[in-house]
Ligand binder design. Structure first.
Ligand SMILES: Cc1ncc(C[n+]2csc(CCOP(=O)(O)OP(=O)(O)O)c2C)c(N)n1
Ligand code: SF4
Length: 323
């Protein structure tokens, strides 16, 4: 069983001293260790930004993609290899600015992917511009005048988009965040953890002191139960999650807001419609022969392709869809 140190890569994290990203990285590594995941079957995917460096520091498969495009990369990986554990890391600029459309699409599809949002209220890597989560009227030291745009609430957006696991964590509540990541990985479906992550260099409003004075854990209420076990209780639990997501910021709840175990995933829906989907696994197939030439002749390809089309048509017929 790989230990914590084997999940830590040899690349030295170059985040600013005191950055909340260190807490998130530690919680991620400890959760992977405790879950006992196989590093060769785990992928960390990121966009651009300080948060985007995360895959370099974790000793699993990693992809550092384009700004805002971590989720589509992750979706492609998961669809091609459904057996992999896929975790996305992105900043609030990355996932809720340029990548907002993809963020919504993942919720609608309910692919079995975990999204960890490094929410620091600024564009850290590009020196502190206002990001989509910076509250209206905030004047951080990185911007010359108070913010003119209203903030997106990531939890509300995730609930509206259809994510079936929605949680909020805090970068410096390491044990708590580790537990949230473990639950998100174990959840079947799209999971989002909005992690409050102080950017100590550019955001002098949302500081560790600010959060320390406001944060409380949802689990401190023994009656808090966010899990939807039957479709009948979905609406009531969703409404309670919305209430928590909208709580004014003088008290900030962290913990699991919503966990719906009753929804099918995209992988299950595809397998139902196209019976051969789980066995397709194109990424497991060789892409060239031993001599470097094509693995299949044009005639064989034409036959395989026509067999595949016939399979799709048969399946469509079973569901009475127009072919
Ligand atoms: C298409 C594109 N636009 C802009 C940039 C410049 N850029 C690099 S990082 C970044 C913002 C990062 O902010 P965020 O996603 O909040 O991550 P953080 O650095 O705060 O972790 C931007 C705009 C880019 N790399 N690509
Ligand atoms: S700029 Fe902010 S988010 Fe980026 S490493 Fe420094 S403290 Fe962290």
């Amino acid at each position: 069983m790989p230990d914590r140190w084997s999940f830590k890569s040899t690349v030295w994290p170059d985040w600013c001293p005191g950055c909340g990203n260190y807490g998130i990285l530690t919680a991620l590594i400890r959760s992977l260790e405790e879950l006992g995941v196989d590093p060769s079957k785990t992928v960390v995917v990121s966009g651009i930004g300080c948060s985007g460096k995360t895959p370099h520091f974790v000793n699993v498969n990693g992809v550092h993609t384009l700004h805002g495009r971590a989720i589509p990369f992750a979706m492609g990986i998961k669809l091609a290899r459904p057996e992999l554990t896929v975790v996305v890391h992105g900043g609030d600029g990355d996932l809720l600015g340029i990548g907002a459309g993809h963020f919504v699409a993942l919720g609608r599809r309910n692919l079995d992917i975990v999204v960890i949002l490094h929410n620091n209220g600024v564009y850290g890597l590009t020196k502190g511009q206002a990001s989509p989560t910076l509250p209206l009227g905030s004047k951080t030291k990185g911007i010359p005048r108070p913010n003119l745009q209203a903030a997106v609430n990531p939890l509300m957006l995730a609930l509206a988009a259809g994510y079936t696991f929605v949680a909020r964590g805090y970068a410096f509540e390491g044990e708590h965040l580790k537990t949230l990541i473990k639950k998100a990985v174990e959840h079947k479906g799209s999971a989002i953890i909005d992690v409050l992550q102080p950017c100590v260099t550019f955001n002098d409003i949302l500081t560790p002191e600010y959060y320390k004075a406001r944060i409380y854990k949802l689990e401190s209420d023994p009656g808090w139960d966010p899990v939807v076990r039957t479709p009948e209780e979905r609406e009531a639990k969703l409404l309670r999650a919305v209430q928590k997501a909208l709580e004014p910021w003088d008290k900030i709840p962290i913990g699991v807001l919503y966990a719906d175990e009753t929804q099918s995933t995209m992988e299950e829906r595809l397998s139902e419609r196209l019976k051969i989907y789980p066995a397709l696994n194109p990424s497991n197939s060789p892409i060239s022969g031993a001599d470097g030439g094509p693995v299949i002749s044009v005639d064989d390809f034409a036959k395989a392709f026509s067999d595949y089309i016939v399979e799709v048509k048969k399946t469509q017929g079973r569901f009475n869809l127009k072919g």
